[in-house]
Design a protein around this ligand. Structure first.
Ligand code: KG4
Ligand code: ZN
Length: 346
């Protein structure tokens, strides 16, 4: 077994509308994490306004760092490396985290580790008390991505299937908007769905029988639009709850079926669900039921680590260092707003 010198890694996340900071100790685990969500600020505009996002990251990053350091009971000088989200995400928002991380590391004379945001999500279940072991199948369902992957180790990712159009979270958010819910509607739609009756409306299950592990959600979104146009009474709580339920039933069924197919195809017995949609209760309960029936194990990140956060970036940075990815000297900075995960798979 390889032995590594203990390391304290600072993680900084700023790819979209959450500023997240965390301190991860390679021996003691997560020491602290602080987060500011900009959701309330963007809600007024019905979506993320990139320029406002960047400016808010600038305002938040120093106070959040101070808080994280204080919570951990450590000093800035104790940090061994600074990990930050290099991409994918909003260019301006990424630049704030990157410039801050590089400048801080330069001042502390410590190296940096640029991290892929999706790798952070993928590895986030390893932060939990009962973590999965490699290899596993990962269902990554966030606002920007929907992918099934075979994960055989840190940095060893094989794409099994992905969405051909909208991401699952995007479909949740757009459908929520059509039902008159405020941005970002995913979580609100799922709350509303709990009040709805299943089976009142039937929506399509796109690509369910496509034979591969790809997804498509734009047709489902259009079906919600048609449902609202044909039957819709957005003044009726009952209609909205039943429509939300129909949408959720459809999307959860497709996500679960394809995940089962991926497990079968790979012969693996562990499924990891990561990304914001992984917080969805119906998705979790359906997968838990299938796991009992089909004898596999399903792992989720703690709820607070499903959506964007600094802890997953600090963890990914620490694991990258431990598995031999070299850190780089601080001071040079570049972000990668578009960055396929497969580019970092070795
Ligand atoms: O992973 P994440 O925080 O950001 C990205 O990297 O994209 O995911 C955010 C997405 C949003 O689309 C949000 O509506 C969705 O996750 N989401 C949910 C729930 N909570 C968050 N979707 C369905 N059910 C939820 N409970
Ligand atoms: Zn994310």
């Amino acid at each position: 077994m390889l032995k590594f010198a203990p390391m304290l890694v600072l993680g900084i996340e700023s790819s979209c509308d959450e500023t997240g900071i965390a301190l991860y100790d390679s021996e003691a685990g997560l020491l602290s994490h602080t987060l500011h969500s900009q959701v309330a600020m963007h809600a007024e505009y019905g979506g993320v306004v990139p320029e406002l996002a960047s400016r808010d990251h600038i305002r938040r990053v120093v106070p959040l760092l101070r808080e994280a350091i204080a919570q951990a009971g450590r000093k800035l000088e104790d940090i061994d490396a600074v990990a930050y989200t290099r991409g994918p995400g909003l260019a301006g928002a990424l630049l704030v985290g990157c410039a801050f991380a590089e400048a801080l590391a330069l001042a502390l004379d410590k190296p940096t580790i640029p991290v892929h945001h999706l790798e952070g999500h993928l590895l986030s279940p390893l932060l939990s008390r009962d973590p999965p072991t490699f290899p596993f199948v990962a269902l990554l369902v966030s606002g920007g991505h929907t992918q099934l992957m075979r994960v055989t180790g840190v940095g060893k990712y094989e794409l099994l299937g992905e969405t051909l159009d909208d991401a699952a979270g995007e479909a949740f958010d757009k459908s929520a908007k059509m039902l008159g819910l405020p941005y970002p509607g995913g979580a609100l739609l799922s709350k509303l769905a709990e009040l709805g009756q299943p089976g009142v409306y039937e929506l399509p299950r796109p690509m369910q029988h496509s034979g591969d592990l790809n997804f498509s959600f734009s047709g489902l979104k259009t079906a919600v639009l048609t449902l609202v146009r044909d039957h819709g009474d957005l003044g009726s709580d009952e209609f909205k709850a039943n429509a939300a339920r129909a949408f959720q039933e459809a999307i959860v069924e497709v996500l679960v079926k394809k995940s089962l197919k991926a497990l079968k195809q790979t012969g693996l017995k562990q499924l990891v669900v990561a990304g914001g949609v992984g917080a969805n209760k119906q998705l979790r309960s359906t997968l838990d039921l299938e796991a009992k029936r089909k004898r596999f194990r399903v792992y989720y990140p703690e709820l607070e680590f499903c959506t964007d956060n600094g802890a997953m970036i600090a963890l990914a940075g620490a694991l990258r260092l431990q598995t031999g990815t070299p850190s780089k000297p601080a001071g040079s900075f570049a972000v990668q707003p578009r960055w396929p995960l497969m580019d970092i798979s070795g």
